[in-house]
Design a protein around this ligand. Structure first.
Ligand code: N2P
Length: 345
């Protein structure tokens, strides 16, 4: 009985039938999102508007999310998947069709993010935030950082043990490939040998391979140079103004993170309500004001805080080479895994 009431409330709200103010709890929503990627005030507002209780759990990479959903026991209603992994999750049957264009608010998506290469009809996913991957430098310790990925991949002797890299093979390799002038997802073993040699030579300088805790590590000076996403870089600069995001001359990796609903979701209706909520420009901007990543929703900009609007990390130069990683074929993933296993030995 309880379930029925929950579903009809959710369905009513999804159809846009005015304000739903349930007198009792309208069920739960389990969100699994990247670390530091969910704004507390957004969750509070959603809970207040819908009566749905949100529980949040976090992860550090697409690889961790993939392993979790593959384990089958996750129980999450919403996950956030990067553009290069959406086709992989869909192919593996780990996310369900949500028919994005049918969810109210879909029209708010910025035209350039509609029907994207990774999910042509937004069958499985809708945009959340987008950004670019390069690195940050603490100029208190590295006086002249220049504009090359060389600083990250072949750091100077005095930066030994002061470099941080992400903990996800897909993201480490993609940026290494950009540095080496290759396209991501190499299947040519000779090219992957070059990637491997580069990362092996860099390894003695690397303090940690970890995509979590970067704001703390770079903010505190524990690391001087760190692979970084631009939004986290903006947040790090707010903690420590000596930390700067570099747009390297070799280019950056670009990505869009997308909301999706696992096949194993307990409450897909509540998940769609959340997606609908997040496609409202004001709510998406509230999220961006926290994450410091650019929203994929048209009209969100006018609700950005000055800190978000003016962040240099978000001003991607128009002539910068930005490579959106496609979903890597299995052959590429196998080579990456081999390089990664050797690196982490
Ligand atoms: C924020 C996570 C950024 C997501 N910590 C990168 N795709």
């Amino acid at each position: 009985m309880q379930t029925k009431i929950v579903i009809s409330l959710a369905a009513a709200a999804l159809m846009g039938c005015g304000a739903v103010a349930p007198a009792h709890a309208a069920g739960d929503l389990f969100i699994y999102n990247w670390t530091d990627y969910t704004a507390p005030d957004v969750i509070k507002k959603f809970e207040k508007e819908t009566g749905i209780k949100v529980t949040l759990d976090t992860y550090d990479s697409n690889e961790t999310l993939l392993a979790k959903l593959k384990s089958g026991s996750a129980g999450y209603d919403i996950v956030v998947v990067s553009s290069d992994f959406v086709p992989i999750f869909a192919k593996e049957g780990l996310i369900q069709k949500i028919d994005g264009p049918k969810i109210p608010g879909y029209d708010n998506i910025d035209a350039k993010w509609k029907s994207p290469a990774w999910d042509k009809d937004n069958e499985y996913s809708v945009p959340y935030d987008w950004g670019v991957t390069a690195f940050t430098v603490n100029t208190k310790f590295v006086k002249d950082p220049g504009d090359s990925l060389k600083l990250l991949f072949s750091p100077p002797e005095d930066a030994k043990g002061k470099v941080g890299m992400f903990g996800a093979p897909s993201e480490v390799m993609a940026l290494a490939e950009v540095y080496l002038g290759m396209t991501p997802c190499q299947t040519d073993p000779a090219n992957m040998k070059k990637v491997s040699d580069l990362l092996e030579a860099q390894a003695p300088s690397v303090k940690v391979y970890n995509s979590d805790g970067i704001i703390d590590r770079q903010g505190s000076g524990e690391t001087w140079i760190h692979q970084a996403w631009n939004g986290d870089a903006a947040r790090t600069r707010a903690v420590n103004p000596d930390v700067h995001f570099i747009f390297p001359k070799e280019g950056v990796v670009g990505w869009m993170d997308n909301m999706a609903v696992p096949t194993s979701a307990k409450d897909p209706d509540n998940a769609k309500l959340f997606i609908k909520f997040m496609m409202q420009p004001e709510n998406s901007a509230m999220s961006s004001n926290f994450t410091h990543y650019a929203s994929g929703i048209a009209g969100a900009e006018k609700f950005y805080d000055p800190a978000m609007k003016d962040a240099p990390e978000l001003k991607v130069p128009a002539d910068l080479k930005m490579q959106f990683t496609p979903a890597c074929p299995e052959a590429a993933t196998k080579l990456m895994d081999r390089v990664w296993t050797k690196l982490k030995k």
